[in-house]
Write a protein of this length. Structure first.
Length: 262
């Protein structure tokens, strides 16, 4: 009986130390955040997925003696790692949502805000649609399995009892580069629609100049909206392939972070 209680205590300690990384990632990701999944359900999913790595974590903890201070520090460290991994994974979703918001701004539909549960805030109609399309593609294309592969491999590369994953200046530069990547992806995906709407705006300005009887302000929004949506339909397939390829690159993030944080 005593041996059974000790085993239960050991496994509970392994779960307590392994769970913060997984749970924090799920909390940061927009398609698993609070408005989409209630906290209790999200915690249950995180626990069920963390159970897979418990034998590994238990083996890692077998040769380590942890005091109260070290135990608390490891939980804090795991939370920070979860925030970092979740931030890097969520960049793609925020970029695609920004593409939709950018296009809606240019076509004059930004005032039609609605609540998007995937991001937990008010978004534009096209921004919400593109975020939901990306989340659907993640699960339909097997990208979620690639995400889980990244999370499980992180427990191998950065063992739970491994202390001091210190940030260095290279890590700071890497995070800033990811912000640049966010802007790059947003401009790359939204660029064709923005150019078409700009040309339409120039055409409307010329029409208003030579035919002042026509109210170009009333015509501008429907014309730009029609052109932008038509162009999106034409290259939506290429955009989704671009996003899907990004899903399969998730495990590659581990090699980059491994060199920055260990």
């Amino acid at each position: 009986m005593t041996e059974l209680l000790l085993d239960i205590q050991r496994w509970l300690m392994a779960l307590t130390l392994a769970l913060p990384r997984m749970l924090t990632v799920f909390t940061v990701l927009p398609f698993l955040a609070e408005p989409v999944l209630p906290g209790l359900i999200r915690t249950g999913i995180a626990i069920s997925l963390t159970v897979v790595v418990l034998p590994l974590v238990d083996t890692q903890l077998a040769s380590v003696t942890l005091g109260t201070t070290a135990f608390i520090f490891l939980i804090a460290k795991e939370t920070v790692l979860g925030l970092l991994i979740g931030y890097l994974i969520g960049l793609g979703f925020w970029a695609v949502g920004s593409v939709g918001a950018f296009i809606d701004t240019q076509r004059g539909a930004l005032s039609a805000h609605m609540f998007n549960p995937l991001v937990g805030e008010q978004t534009s109609p096209l921004g919400g649609f593109m975020t939901q399309a990306m989340a659907t593609l993640l699960f339909a294309s097997g990208g979620f399995l690639s995400l889980l592969q990244l999370l499980y491999l992180s427990y191998v590369s950065w063992p739970v009892p491994s202390f001091y994953p210190a940030f260095n200046w290279e890590a700071v530069g890497f995070l800033l580069q990811q912000m640049d990547l966010l802007m790059y992806v947003m401009l790359l995906l939204a660029g064709p629609a923005i150019i078409i709407m700009l040309l339409a705006e120039i055409g409307m300005a010329l029409i208003g100049r030579f035919v002042p009887q026509i109210n170009v302000f009333l015509l501008a929004m429907p014309v730009k909206s029609a052109l932008a949506l038509l162009l999106l339909v034409l290259y939506m397939t290429a955009m989704l392939h671009f996003v899907r390829d990004g899903f399969w690159q998730y495990p590659g993030l581990l090699n980059v972070l491994d060199g920055l944080l260990r």
